[in-house]
Design a protein around this ligand. Sequence first.
Ligand code: SAM
Length: 260
Amino acid sequence: MKTTKPLFRFDLISLMPEMFQALTDYGVTGRAFKSGIIEMNLCNPRQFAKDAHNTVDDKSYGGGPGMLMMVEPLVKAIESLKDTQRKKGFKSAKVVHMTPRGKSLSHQLVRELLKEESLIIVASRYEGVDERINDWVDEEISVGDYVMSGGELPAMTLMDCLIRQLPGVLNDEESASQDSFVDGLLDHPHYTRPEVYRGIKVPDVLMSGDHEKIRTWRLKESLRQTWNKRPDLLAERLLTKEESRLLQEVKREQEQGPYN
Ligand SMILES: C[S@@+](CC[C@H](N)C(=O)[O-])C[C@H]1O[C@@H](n2cnc3c(N)ncnc32)[C@H](O)[C@@H]1O
């Protein structure tokens, strides 16, 4: 069923708008677009180029390899999108530029961005963008310490993280509330049929039907995963009494080794 006003609107500035079909046509995000919970508008900055070839890139002053995206087509695209958003009754139109030098994408940053109701996301290409674009950008975001060929996949990563947190996007079984990072811990291990695979058995507690025991096991295994794989997360988090006790158990078990 179509809702009247979407919960979130994305305006994308990209030279390769077709790439965003990966989000609109598949899975959880595809469903959210079809239901009208979210709305996306794609803007190719070539439409704001000034010459017959729709040029949007040029050589870098001072020399060096590669081309840069020119500032004017991008600024014109941002201004035109802000104007459209205003006319459609959206309050805020924060401008985000996906760039390796930006703030690292995290669950916390996603929570902050969810306070907006619309975003204009610039997905750039080439060697990057004329630095003067920053007078029109509110936030620079990176998806990690590596360089990709363009901002489209980083933009889709950000959008997917935001979309799955919006109310009504996930059903109960898919609930995001128990995902990794949501409460500062990694997710616990999961198992499905068969009960035994090549001699490897599903932990007995999960077959016990005892909900309290299962809850405690999951919390403990969540702490174990976090302790072993991302101890930095535990350093940032205050543990409850139960969590501290379970973490001590994990540490003791690991000190003793698997055969003691
Ligand atoms: C080839 S990259 C440019 C890299 C730039 N010369 C540098 O060294 O930082 C082209 C575009 O891909 C996007 N991009 C690449 N890696 C990214 C990352 N880790 N996070 C966010 N965007 C990224 C940015 O939009 C960037 O302008």
